[in-house]
Design a protein around this ligand. Structure first.
Ligand SMILES: NC(=O)C1=CN([C@@H]2O[C@H](COP(=O)(O)OP(=O)(O)OC[C@H]3O[C@@H](n4cnc5c(N)ncnc54)[C@H](OP(=O)(O)O)[C@@H]3O)[C@@H](O)[C@H]2O)C=CC1
Ligand SMILES: O=C(O)[C@@H]1CCC=N1
Length: 268
């Protein structure tokens, strides 16, 4: 990629920029960023990562790749604002939740489009991303998109409709784990442990459990059974989760997020 332009320079844009710059996927001098009002943010990104600030929309014309990274509610205005300046040769990578490939084609014309759902762990090369392509993306262009996404973590290709579920699971997923850690810290400190000690223990517990799932290839149910001694502490804990409707809460969480992604697609 010679010239990459981010339309929207918020949280996920920073995660992608940091991942791509550190993994040397795109040299920082070839990455341009723009926002609507928040120009200090553009200066912050330049100072941290060496990215360029888009000074004039005419600079969009020779971009090879446009990254759409604005909130879904701002999607149409953002696309309409760049439409007169995009060259027919530019490809699009959109990370906007819910915004369909069809909507992007209607606004920006038929061209290669990757609709991607990454997560903020892209910052450290650990994103879990889903991607769907439009029909204009050639095999070579898909490979290029996939290489960019593999540089910031793992990626799976899915049918576009399944991106709503990917968004609810892995797109939002880091927030659920951070929320869990917040709860563990609250209860751990009730027992007199320091917040720092609880954090140290539980971050390693999350990392160790994830590494076990990746390396030993056993079902989560089996791994759970290996922790759960009959009549022991884990059994008591799991029973409390069940009586407090843990599974129902998780189902409600993912289904609400998936439904919200579908609403965003309709502009609700
Ligand atoms: N955060 C996350 O974990 C993830 C987010 N996403 C998706 O990424 C998108 C961005 O999310 P996030 O980074 O969190 O949002 P942020 O609010 O952090 O960033 C959005 C940015 O878009 C800019 N913007 C808005 N309108 C325009 C416009 N017309 N032209 C140029 N820039 C504009 C805003 O600038 P200003 O402040 O100046 O208005 C802001 O900096 C969303 O669609 C979200 O669904 C996908 C995966 C994960
Ligand atoms: O909360 C959101 O809408 C975005 C999409 C996935 C993560 N953040």
């Amino acid at each position: 990629m010679q010239k990459v332009i981010f339309i929207g320079a918020g949280s996920i844009a920073e995660a992608l920029i940091q991942g791509w710059v550190e993994q040397e996927v795109v040299p920082s001098k070839q990455i341009y960023v723009t926002n609507r009002f928040h120009f200090e943010r553009l200066e912050y990104l330049s100072s941290c990562y060496g990215t360029q600030i888009l000074q004039d929309k005419n600079e969009i014309y020779d971009a090879d790749l446009i990254i759409l990274a604005v909130k879904p509610k701002d999607a149409k205005t953002a696309m309409q604002s760049i439409r007169p300046y995009i060259s027919p040769n530019a490809s699009i990578l959109s990370v906007m939740a819910g915004i369909s490939i069809n909507t992007i084609e209607n606004e920006l014309g038929n061209r290669p489009i990757a609709r991607v759902m990454p997560n903020t762990s892209a910052t450290i090369g650990m994103s879990a991303s889903g991607v769907a392509f439009n029909q204009d993306a050639t095999v070579i262009q898909k490979q290029t998109f996939l290489q960019m996404l593999e540089a910031i973590g793992i990626v799976i290709e899915v049918e576009e409709d399944k991106l709503h579920a990917v968004t609810a699971l892995s797109g939002s997923g880091p927030a659920y784990l951070y929320y869990l850690l917040e709860a563990w810290e609250s209860v751990g400190t009730e027992f007199g442990l320091s917040k720092e000690d609880v954090r140290t223990l539980m971050i390693q517990t999350i990392a160790g459990s994830a590494a076990m799932l990746q390396s030993v290839k056993e079902e989560p149910t089996i791994l759970r059974q290996k922790v759960t001694s009959p009549g022991g502490t884990t059994e008591a804990g799991i029973r409390a989760l069940e009586s407090n409707h843990f599974k129902e809460a998780i189902f409600a969480c993912i289904k609400s997020a998936e439904a919200r992604s579908r609403e965003l697609a309709k502009g609700v």
